[in-house]
Design a protein around this ligand. Structure first.
Ligand SMILES: *Cc1c(COP(=O)(O)O)cnc(C)c1O
Length: 485
């Protein structure tokens, strides 16, 4: 190949736009499409199932030839935008979903544009992540030297915490030797209301979920401290090794907050790692009024939380905070020739995020999170969380003053669970499903003590009292129709 020929081939391989002027217009239009959708969300159905056309748009052959960007963006406008999850909408109340913000969109866009790889190396992406780690340390009363890492979600954060606790309990050699060399079985503790990912974390860690003790809860669905200590003592007596207790700050079923102060004291007495699953609730610490409900959180060894839930950072943005930075690193850091560090240059830096988790290549979840926290400030985010809790109490009052419905769990945070009087489980589910299909509102359902209940998690910063009223009217009507049959 002559140099001229080879430079032709080089140019031909570029995936950048041939016409930047045209591409810029297309990109701006795409951003406008998204922003207009968010701005006009209240006028849209909460949710609608994808049409057959939309589904078949995504069953095409692998494309070999270049597509037309205008046509592809039109496809996204027609077949993607209308059929999203629904969580942007103020009357989405199913499960626990954050609602995103336009500011978060910008953070995601810029991180994608810079194509930041935040597994390691010496660049600004890592500094942004360290900034958020520092901020969270401050918010939760951890020491300044605390460690932390962004992950997909709290499922992953809880899993990483279980691995750190296991490594601390068995010693770092156990990373090589495995569990078969442990002389006593390891045991973990969580309440019977803990999220299913805690059991999964035990499964994935090799410890096995039979070694997770489910501690009974009180009438507020909080872990019973006396039962926890009794279980630990009994296990110590049979020669097992209790190593981890997971408290929940905001349970997924009802929003209950375990007695963190009491659990911290028990964990300390028995030398257990105290991890808090704060996926839903931890960010409520940003509200000065709600902070006292989480007393004891600062005594934990690690905290999992989701910025994509009450922080409204666009999915995904899970996070793990660890008090003992050395313990965090001991559990994951892996020597490798191609990951060697230096004092300066691109390979500088002592601890990289790849030393603190499972991922090597990873995007920059920190930028959209940093931008969200910086743009709103903790007071505004805290106030929106308080607002959600006030709406949940308003809804609970509607339930309690109605003879058609009955409240099924105390409302500690933002989750309201209630039954429909004289309705069998199928009817409850049918009413919820009809409401979802109507596009008016989207609650979900869960099972409490074997009973199907309507479950509303008020997580959305856009939700107003009128939205609760609109939801309530539609629900009352559908439940009435179901009862009339
Ligand atoms: C949502 C949730 C999880 C799981 O978090 P993901 O971000 O969905 O992985 C764990 N625990 C609780 C209490 C949750 O609400």
């Amino acid at each position: 190949m002559t140099p001229a020929e080879s430079s032709e081939t080089v140019e031909a391989t570029s995936l950048d736009p041939a016409n930047w002027v045209q591409f810029r217009e297309q990109a701006h239009a795409a951003l406008d499409l998204v922003l207009s959708h968010v701005e006009g969300i209240r006028g849209q159905p909460v949710w609608q199932p994808p049409t057959p056309d939309a589904l078949s748009y995504f069953t095409q052959e692998l494309p070999t030839d270049a597509g037309d960007i205008d046509e592809l963006l039109a496809g996204i406008r027609d077949y993607v935008v209308p059929f999203a999850t629904g969580n942007l909408h103020p009357r989405f109340m199913g499960w626990v979903h954050g609602a995103g913000t336009p500011v978060g969109v910008i953070g995601e866009l810029i991180a994608a544009g810079l194509d930041l790889n935040c597994g390691g190396r010496n660049h600004i992406g890592l500094a942004i992540e360290r900034q958020v780690v520092k901020w969270m340390g401050q918010a939760f009363g951890y020491p300044a030297c605390a460690s932390g890492i962004f992950v997909t979600g709290s499922s992953m954060a809880n899993f990483l915490a279980a691995i750190i606790a296991k490594t601390e309990a068995l010693g770092v050699e156990s990373r090589e030797r495995g569990l078969v060399h442990a002389d006593r079985p390891l045991l973990a503790y969580a309440s019977s209301e803990a999220h299913s990912c805690i059991a999964q974390a035990l499964q994935l860690s090799g410890i096995g979920s039979v070694h997770l003790r489910q501690i009974p809860v009180d009438e507020f669905r909080r872990m019973r401290g006396d039962q926890l200590e009794r279980a630990i003592v009994a296990d110590e007596q049979i020669g097992a090794q209790p190593f981890l207790v997971v408290g929940t700050a905001g349970t997924v079923n009802t929003g209950a907050i375990d007695p963190l102060e009491e659990i911290a004291a028990i964990a300390e007495r028995h030398r257990l790692w105290f991890h808090v699953d704060g996926a839903i609730g931890a960010l409520a610490m940003l509200s000065p009024k709600m902070k006292r409900n989480f007393s004891g959180l600062e005594k934990s060894d690690s905290i999992a939380l989701d910025f994509h839930k009450w922080g409204h950072v666009p999915y995904d943005a899970g996070f793990l905070l660890v008090k003992d930075a050395e313990a965090h690193k001991r559990a994951f850091a892996q020597p490798a020739a191609y990951l060697q560090r230096s004092n300066e240059g691109l390979a500088a830096g002592d601890t990289w995020p790849c030393d603190l988790g499972v991922d090597l290549s990873r995007g920059c979840r920190a930028l959209k999170t940093w931008l969200t926290l910086a743009a709103f400030g903790t007071h505004r985010i805290g106030a929106s969380i308080e607002g959600n809790c006030a709406l949940a109490r308003y809804l609970a009052d509607l339930v309690e003053s109605s003879d058609q419905f009955v409240l099924k769990a105390p409302v500690a945070l933002n989750i309201v669970c209630f039954g429909i009087r004289n309705a069998d489980p199928e009817t409850v589910r049918a009413v919820v499903t009809k409401l979802q299909l109507s596009g008016i509102a989207a609650p979900s359902w869960t099972t409490l003590e074997g009973e199907s209940v309507v479950r509303c998690a008020i997580v959305n910063h856009r939700t107003t009292i009128e939205d609760i009223d609109i939801f309530w009217d539609a629900l009352t009507q559908l439940a009435g129709e179901a009862a009339g049959k």
